[in-house]
Ligand binder design. Structure first.
Ligand SMILES: [Zn+2]
Length: 476
């Protein structure tokens, strides 16, 4: 087997040259349904795939149906009790709970069972943002299975770029759901990459902070996380510019806090110089890019003003470094634009420029009145001043200057961190869980809803301990 760290298997040359692209798609993914009025719609992945096929992009890459991630796979990051809960909970459990609510007829046994379920729901943070829906665990298995499959492809040197639009669920924590995410496919995928790669770079362009991934790798230098996100009175609330990692991980977590109205030029003016510097100083052996599409203009939950081209420029830039690259989905709540974005990014990955006029496809009516692939940014104020952006860029470059050269072996000497006792988990139940969505139904686009019927105090505790991070097999 070719050494996947050598990069020798990649087609050399400047950007625009061919890459071997592997694309993971589970055909049933679009059938999972978070519930009426819920903004997260797995249907958008099917829409993106449908565009990919009608642009004939599938002929330019290898398509695989992912193996579902097993409970054992998922336990490599998530806690046993949480995985047990996810794999056994069902909408019927929830229905039983509400039918035994105070005031309804019940016996004492069902009442105490209901009380225990209610505690579990709070403990694992399922309910409003993260509802229990039909097939929830299978959905998680498909999402995580795609990212694990993508990691294995890259590890074997069988692909240069591996795509899983059903992945990118960056808010999920070791022992709880958060922000529409239940299983953190990204952490699982990175752990798989770490078996073969000394250093993995994670880049997150979702409008929300990539908190779950940052937290998991906060104390290690084997993974550098870089998140670009809206910061200030916005979910999940973390991702301050001064949060840079801890212990051996100090300066290996980077945060780029932004304001409303980020446009293509402003985004590019931060992304390119910061990532250029990251690539120089960190020299990752593999890169994972979370392409959350809620940073696009006109997103239902987001407030940035990026075009599809501006969003895809991040992928274009990372691709140009010729380092094994995993490309994942994430947020994105104006689903016609999510489909546009991920289709275009698939085209960028394979190195073609698709026509702006959309081909006829099964969801054609979603794309009116213009029926184009690209979207115009909105006429909205960019609340990020040139001065602010310069300050942020300089602060990030300053953090990066603290890393003199790529770390190699010293990481192995860290003492293993210990897990917090279970009692602390219980105490955490009292926290009000922050919400990504105010719970209101969306009236801006009821047609879309209709169509898709058929989506710091304890910061170290959930970081992965040394012993949980695989040693890589190859010397670098
Ligand atoms: Zn998001």
């Amino acid at each position: 087997m070719a050494n996947p760290n050598s990069g020798a298997s990649l087609v050399g040359g400047p950007d625009g040259t061919k890459r071997r692209v592997s694309y993971f798609y589970e055909p049933t993914i679009g059938d999972y349904y978070y519930g009426q009025g819920h903004p997260m719609k797995p249907h958008r992945i099917r829409m993106a795939h449908n565009l990919v096929v009608h642009y004939y992009l599938h002929r330019r890459m290898e398509i695989s149906r992912p193996f579902p991630a097993s409970a054992t796979d998922i336990r490599r990051f998530h806690s046993n009790d949480y995985v047990d809960f996810l794999s056994s909970v069902s909408p019927e459990t929830v229905a039983a709970l509400s039918s035994s609510a105070p005031g309804s007829a019940q016996d004492s046994t069902s009442s105490s069972a209901a009380g225990s379920s209610a505690r579990q729901f709070r403990r694992f943070n399922v309910g409003e943002d993260c509802p229990v829906f039909d097939g929830l665990f299978e959905f998680c298995q498909a999402s995580a299975g795609g990212s694990l499959g993508a990691a294995v492809k890259l590890n074997r040197g069988d692909a240069d770029i591996a795509i899983n639009w059903a992945g990118g669920l960056h808010h999920a924590k070791k022992g709880e759901a958060s922000g529409f995410c239940y299983v953190n496919d990204i952490v699982l995928g990175i752990l798989e990459l770490l078996k073969y790669h000394q250093r993995v770079l994670y880049v997150d362009i979702d409008i929300h902070h990539g908190d779950g991934v940052e937290e998991a790798f906060y104390t290690t230098n084997r993974v550098m996380t870089v998140s670009f996100h809206k910061f200030g009175d916005f979910f999940p609330g973390s991702g301050h510019i001064k949060d840079t990692g801890y212990g051996q991980g100090k300066y290996y977590a980077l945060n780029v806090p932004l304001n409303d109205g980020m446009d293509d030029d402003s985004f590019r003016g931060l992304f390119r110089p910061i990532i250029q510097k990251v690539m120089e100083v960190y020299q990752p052996n593999a890169v994972v890019l979370q392409c959350g599409a809620d940073s696009l203009s006109g997103d239902r939950l987001g407030c940035f003003n990026l075009s599809v081209r501006g969003h895809a420029d991040c992928l274009r830039f990372l691709r140009s470094f010729n380092v094994p690259l995993m490309v994942l989905g994430g947020g994105g709540y104006t689903i016609r634009n999510v489909a546009r974005c991920w289709c275009y990014e698939t085209a960028v990955a394979v190195g073609v420029e698709p026509e702006n006029k959309l081909p006829y496809n099964e969801y054609y009516e979603y794309f009116g009145p213009d029926y184009t692939l690209h979207i115009e940014p909105k006429n909205m104020e960019n609340q990020n001043s040139i001065k602010d952006l310069e300050k942020i860029r300089n602060a990030l470059l300053e953090h990066l200057s603290k890393i003199e050269h790529a770390p190699s072996v010293q990481f192995q000497e860290r003492p293993p961190a210990t897990d917090p006792p279970e009692e602390e988990d219980e105490a955490m139940d009292c926290r009000p869980a922050p919400r990504i969505w105010n719970g209101g139904c969306y009236d801006s686009d009821p047609e879309e809803d209709q169509k898709s019927q058929n989506e710091d105090s304890n910061m170290e505790s959930d970081s992965l301990a040394d012993s949980e991070i695989p040693q890589n097999h190859n010397d670098t």
